[in-house]
Design a protein around this ligand. Structure first.
Ligand SMILES: Nc1ncnc2c1ncn2[C@@H]1O[C@H](COP(=O)(O)OP(=O)(O)OC[C@H]2O[C@@H]([n+]3cccc(C(=O)O)c3)[C@H](O)[C@@H]2O)[C@@H](O)[C@H]1O
Ligand SMILES: Nc1ncnc2c1ncn2[C@@H]1O[C@H](COP(=O)(O)OP(=O)(O)OP(=O)(O)O)[C@@H](O)[C@H]1O
Ligand SMILES: NC(=O)CC[C@H](N)C(=O)O
Length: 539
């Protein structure tokens, strides 16, 4: 029998010393539980993705030093560790097998992903050889992440004699991605009859959230181990006579729980790993800032979060009441700062220049910019980061103000459609138990409004959110043309309007803060449209 420990841990990009200590801690725990081998995630030594750090020769030197340090300190267990390898000017995404302080074998990733959020061909050359290494009498093949997503590398190792595959991964989550991972790994197992253990990274890194959910599939594709999502864990799986066994079987999350926990971990790690003292949120009495506030409190604790309500003459009393009710439940610091004096001052200053011109979105945007200014001043003074509250539906159609409500450091729900914002708000309220819902029902049921002019609602200028979200998803995530979207049954006038707005808002999105990706395509690294663009869509 061979006992394998799976280290699903939260590496920080560039924190080589910290990551070495984290791996050594996992190795000590694994040894204590009788494991002969510890499998870590892809590039676990340096964190993933290191992006253009990988263009620096000194980064490779530091990684190699950290690897030597790790190798000299780990004992009594075989370690499989992911690291960036430089050899005679050639760079690889590699995994090293270390036994008794010695480098026993190296595997170089064969399939380098260059799609979605991945740019590995910018940095690495592809390996070409299988790596099969005998550990505790078992012939183990090594693969790294994208290797398993197509036929080739997995089968190569099996042909070279592997009877068990160890797979190192840095697979960021989008909703239900773990099912896709099990599907593709299942295809490799179907073709070879060789079982596999899959170790995934956990933690937030800029726009990406790695969800862990490491797992093992036996030779019949039956899941024998599943670790939880969004938390560190050390899994133990035994390999005996071709079979896998484990007591670690985490239950699966609902879509709402998965999305919510991804947001919480994304915020916690962005703020924590970047060293901010806390978070500041403009609380409007609307659902977007209400949900963002809940996420921030769950990520950081109420003592690290403050909410600021900045009423204008257009703010409904209900917005103030709902904001106050909410913060009483959450226990965060709360301040109210009326912005009417600043609005009047701006109006007086601009009056000579605007004389004779009608009021329009200019005045509305000034309100949003006054609020953005106040929040940024609080950030400067306190060292806390401003979290912005725009959702994916709004980011798609540019329904947000540059340097106004877009001012801030991290966009928590940037990849959450408005329809999902509602579901997540209801979901968060179900977690409240006897104390009753945190987000007042009124916030959930009232029609969304920017409250930038009298009696304004979002639906005055946009189609219903169900329709808007369906159009955006089809155009933006699925690359459907407007003609195809209309043929699928969505109203032509809405499709024309939404696609036009989506196209002209590119400049705005390019200036928006980075934010958490939870769908197969977010407005981040995997959306790179030209801003200056005369392409005519197919209608
Ligand atoms: N191609 C381009 N490249 C670079 N910059 C470009 C540009 N096109 C315009 N611009 C600049 O951008 C400006 C227009 O953008 P911006 O100033 O943001 O203003 P704009 O998009 O005109 O107005 C903001 C919109 O967002 C809505 N809003 C605001 C706040 C909150 C909410 C909400 O419910 O959450 C909704 C509001 O009702 C309005 O429809 C132009 O005046 C110009 O300076
Ligand atoms: N009165 C206000 N006090 C504090 N912040 C505000 C206020 N009004 C707007 N904001 C900030 O600007 C963001 C955009 O608000 P707005 O009401 O225009 O649109 P929204 O997308 O409907 O958001 P929400 O659902 O949170 O109201 C809010 O989420 C909030 O962070
Ligand atoms: N790091 C990788 O190679 C990731 C590739 C793969 N498609 C995934 O998302 O899991």
């Amino acid at each position: 029998m061979m006992r394998i420990a799976v280290a699903q841990f939260n590496a920080t990009v560039g924190d080589l010393t910290g990551n070495v200590e984290r791996i050594l801690k996992c190795a000590a725990q694994a040894k204590a539980r009788g494991a002969q081998v510890l499998l870590t995630p892809e590039l676990s030594l340096c964190g993933y993705p290191p992006e253009d750090l990988l263009l620096r020769p000194d980064f490779y030197r530091a990684c190699h030093q950290a690897l030597d340090d790790l190798a000299s300190r780990v004992e009594g267990i075989v370690l499989v560790v992911g690291y960036p390898e430089e050899s005679d000017g050639h760079c690889y995404n590699a995994a090293m097998v270390i036994e008794n302080g010695q480098k026993k074998a190296v595997y170089r990733k064969i399939r380098l992903p260059n799609y979605e959020v991945f740019d590995e061909q910018r940095y690495f050359e592809a390996g070409s050889e299988a790596c099969v290494v005998t550990i505790a009498g078992v012939r183990c093949g090594i693969n790294i992440c994208a290797d398993i997503w197509e036929p080739g590398a997995f089968e190569l190792a099996c042909t070279a004699g592997a009877e068990l595959m160890l797979v190192l991964n840095a697979s960021p989550c989008h909703l239900e991605k773990h099912q896709q991972r099990a599907q593709v790994l299942g295809e490799r197992i179907e073709a070879t009859g060789v079982p596999a253990v899959y170790a995934n990274l956990v933690g937030g890194q800029d726009e990406l959230v790695f969800d862990g959910a490491s797992f093992a599939l036996d030779a019949h594709k039956v899941c024998r181990m599943r670790l939880p999502q969004f938390e560190e864990a050390l899994g133990i799986v035994d390999f005996t006579a071709g079979n896998l066994q484990s007591a670690d079987m985490a239950s699966e999350l609902s879509i709402e729980a998965e999305a919510y926990q991804a947001l919480v971990l994304g915020v916690r790690d962005y703020i924590g790993k970047s060293g901010f003292k806390g978070a500041i949120i403009g609380l409007s009495g609307g659902i977007d800032s209400a949900l963002t506030l809940c996420v921030a409190v769950d990520a950081l604790g109420a003592d690290k979060v403050r909410a600021v309500m900045m009423p204008s003459p257009y703010t409904a009393q209900m917005s103030l009441d709902d904001s106050r009710a909410m913060i009483q439940k959450l226990g965060v610091r709360y301040d109210e700062i009326a912005i009417a004096p600043a609005m009047q001052t701006y109006a007086a200053m601009l009056d000579p220049l605007f004389a004779g011109l009608p009021a329009d979105t200019t005045e509305e945007n000034i309100q949003a910019r006054i609020r953005g200014n106040i929040l940024m001043a609080l950030s400067n003074k306190t060292g806390a980061l401003v979290l912005t509250t725009g959702n994916k539906s709004e980011m798609a159609v540019g329904y947000c103000t540059l340097y106004g409500d877009m001012a801030g450091g991290f966009a928590v729900i940037k990849d959450v459609y408005k329809t999902l914002v509602y579901r997540l708000s209801r979901y968060r309220n179900t977690l409240c138990g006897e104390s009753g819902p945190v987000i007042p029902e009124n916030i959930i049921v009232r029609p969304p409004s920017a409250e930038l002019k009298p009696d304004q609602t979002d639906q005055d200028s946009l189609p219903p959110y169900e329709v808007l979200d369906a159009i955006v998803r089809a155009y933006m995530e699925e690359d459907r043309s407007p003609r195809e979207i209309i043929a699928a049954g969505l109203p032509e006038a809405d499709v024309r309007r939404v696609v036009r707005l989506l196209r002209i808002a590119e400049y705005k999105r390019r200036q928006s803060p980075v934010g958490i990706r939870i769908t197969p395509r977010g407005f981040g690294k995997d959306w790179r449209y030209p801003i200056t663009n005369r392409y005519q869509d197919e209608f």
